[in-house]
Write a protein that binds this ligand. Structure first.
Ligand code: ASP
Ligand code: MG
Length: 424
């Protein structure tokens, strides 16, 4: 008998029919003798609907008082889905009870709309499990020290599930979703992409931060910190699929690096179109200049990703950086109105038609020449690299967005990811 946490995303909870399917699947796991905690998201589209309603009525400036209400509103989506799932389980003859984050409680800080989990009291949950009930806990929501309902940020149910699994020292946390695992890259771009049987936690963290939408990045951080065994798998298999088969399907996020080191040097290719590039041209090259530019950007609460400063000529240099595309206009205005006058730079250019393509693999730690294979592959396709950034286990390049799919396909092939995985 094991203690298992299941998490179901919005699509898996999308209709009464789907919820009934989830209930049958969970009941099957309970009948197999496992203690089951289930963390569902709101029904698909529901959080958007709720926040859309709020948008029609909210004040122009969102202060803490307004953010508090947004969380109270958004949290109701999960409140409904846990109740529905509990009813569906009971209808299957499986005793079940649902709790809101505030009832458990899942204690968070007070940062509305992106609260962080601080503690989870599992006493009630354990008592219910011992009494033979399936316990269903809302994803996405918690309660702060003053009793206010908080939410964990969009996609936060993943984090709720992993946090519950960590707090309860669950044997495994299974994230059921509408894809059947983590792929070497997006199969919509590269049809040859294949599901990985395992991915190391560090790689998963990079993939999540580089644009792979499979798991919320904070859930991966949480899993790493508390070493929660995590598996991503499909909720679209028939509910009555053999449980032993189901238990090893999908992609397992592992902590055994050494095992993985023997395998592919590059495990996956991530990409996104979410960024925009700015280049401040002709900046006087003197101490403090990076701070003058990026300090102003940071003060405006704009996150900077890739940064490149060129060699200088005649005491002047060019300075490029990328930001999220949502911040394009704000960054543009800030450079024009604040940074140019303050730095004495000649001008700046702005480009929101870029993309970032990254290769990820812990094998890169112990292999040389990986980045150069990447650069050669792109050169052979005639693709110009605008910026480069590296870490121990990834290399990212910024390219013209029109080359994104070509680059991803070429790299997927160059690193041998098109070939079927050899399973030991
Ligand atoms: N319902 C929330 C959202 O749509 C949380 C989640 O689905 O994980 O962002
Ligand atoms: Mg999700």
């Amino acid at each position: 008998m094991a203690l298992i946490v299941h998490k179901y995303g919005g699509t898996s909870m999308g209709s009464p029919e789907r919820i009934r399917n989830v209930a049958k699947r969970v009941a099957k796991w309970a009948r197999a003798g496992h203690q089951m905690v289930v963390v569902p998201s709101a029904m698909s589209g529901e959080t958007n609907r709720l926040l859309g309603l709020a948008k029609e009525l909210q004040p122009a400036q969102l202060d803490a008082a307004a953010m508090r209400e947004l969380d109270a509103i958004a949290a109701t989506g999960e409140q409904v889905s846990v109740g529905l799932l509990a009813l569906a389980l009971q209808a299957e003859g499986q005793p079940a009870v649902s709790y809101g984050g505030w009832q458990v409680p899942i204690q968070t800080d007070s940062t509305y709309t992106k609260a962080r989990i601080e503690a989870i009291d599992d006493a009630k949950v354990r008592a219910d499990l011992a009494a033979g009930k399936v316990v269903i806990i809302t994803g996405f929501q918690g309660i702060d020290g003053d009793g206010n309902v908080t939410t964990l940020g969009r996609g936060g149910s993943d984090t709720s599930a992993v946090a519950v699994a960590a707090a309860m020292k669950a044997d495994e946390c299974l994230i059921y979703t509408d894809v059947d695992g983590v792929y070497t890259t997006d199969p919509r771009v590269v049809p040859e992409a294949r599901r990985m049987h395992t991915i190391s936690f560090e790689e998963m963290l990079e993939m999540a931060s580089l644009g792979s939408k499979v798991l919320q990045i904070r859930s991966v951080e949480f899993a790493g910190k508390y070493r929660v065994p995590l598996r991503v798998l499909s909720s679209f298999t028939p509910w009555d699929i053999n449980i032993d088969e189901e238990a090893v399907s999908g992609t397992l996020i592992t902590f055994e690096e050494d095992e993985k080191m023997e395998q592919a040097v590059v495990s996956g290719i991530a990409f996104n179109r979410d960024e925009a590039k700015f280049t401040v041209v002709g900046v006087p090259d003197k101490p403090g200049i990076a701070y003058q530019i990026l300090g102003a950007v940071a003060a405006a609460n704009i996150d900077v990703d890739v940064i490149v400063q060129n060699v200088s000529h005649d005491g002047r240099t060019d300075f490029s950086f990328t930001v999220h595309r949502n911040d394009f206009q704000r960054t543009n205005d800030l450079l024009k109105n604040t940074v140019l006058p303050a730095t004495g730079a000649a001008q700046f250019t702005a480009d929101n038609r870029i993309c970032k393509v990254s290769i990820v693999g812990i094998g890169m730690k112990s292999h040389v020449g990986v980045a150069s294979t990447m650069f050669r592959t792109l050169a052979e396709e005639g693709i110009n690299i605008q910026m480069i950034t590296t870490s121990e286990i990834k290399t990212s390049v910024v390219l013209d967005e029109k080359y994104m799919e070509l680059a991803v396909r070429a790299l997927h092939k160059a690193f041998g990811l098109d070939a079927p995985e050899t399973v030991a």
